[in-house]
Design a protein around this ligand. Structure first.
Ligand code: SF4
Length: 164
């Protein structure tokens, strides 16, 4: 156990350090309740799963997203924020739109990764749209292919009006 601990300290983090370049569209006027906790409904809108794996890493013991008061929920009825990964295939954009409609106001949309922002690597592919912005009002974009867990947490804290 001690050997593992020393090895971990010596190696440090294996993921890349974040280079987040956030593009917020309307982060002002946020209700106070958002500053205490944020409930997220995540939708894979046709990703390669790279972004989803980084998203999953945010709730591991290293990044521990939940200690900021942020968590993922299964129902859009309970969500403040719709987080989308992937280019937005025709079928999944339909589902994304229905999910957005099912959420109570005020609600926010976050595009995670280059694909969700503008199609990214799959731009121009026959089955893909050019990002989720085609059907959803995107409030904040987190670029990267994929963005790191640090990037994602920083963006979420910015939405809540907190600095990491
Ligand atoms: S942005 Fe990159 S990692 Fe994310 S879904 Fe697209 S290709 Fe995959």
């Amino acid at each position: 156990m001690l050997r593992l601990l020393l090895q971990t300290i010596k190696m440090g983090r294996l993921t890349e350090k974040g280079k987040v370049r956030l593009v917020p569209r309307r982060s002002s006027g946020l209700p106070k309740s958002f500053r205490q906790s944020l409930q997220i409904r995540h939708l894979d809108c046709g990703s390669c799963n790279g972004c989803d794996w980084e998203l999953t890493a945010t709730i591991n013991s290293l990044y521990d997203l939940q200690h900021y008061g942020i968590d993922f929920v299964a129902s859009p009825r309970h969500a403040d924020l719709l987080m989308c990964t992937g280019t937005g295939t025709a079928q999944l954009l339909n589902a994304a739109h229905k999910t957005y409609e099912a959420m109570a106001r005020p609600k926010w949309v976050m595009a995670v990764g280059d694909c969700a922002i503008d199609g990214g690597f799959f731009k121009g592919a026959y089955a893909s749209k050019e990002g989720i912005g085609e059907v959803l009002p995107v409030d904040i974009k987190v670029p990267g292919c994929p963005p790191t867990p640090d990037d994602l947490i920083k963006a979420l804290l910015e939405i809540m009006g907190k600095n990491k």
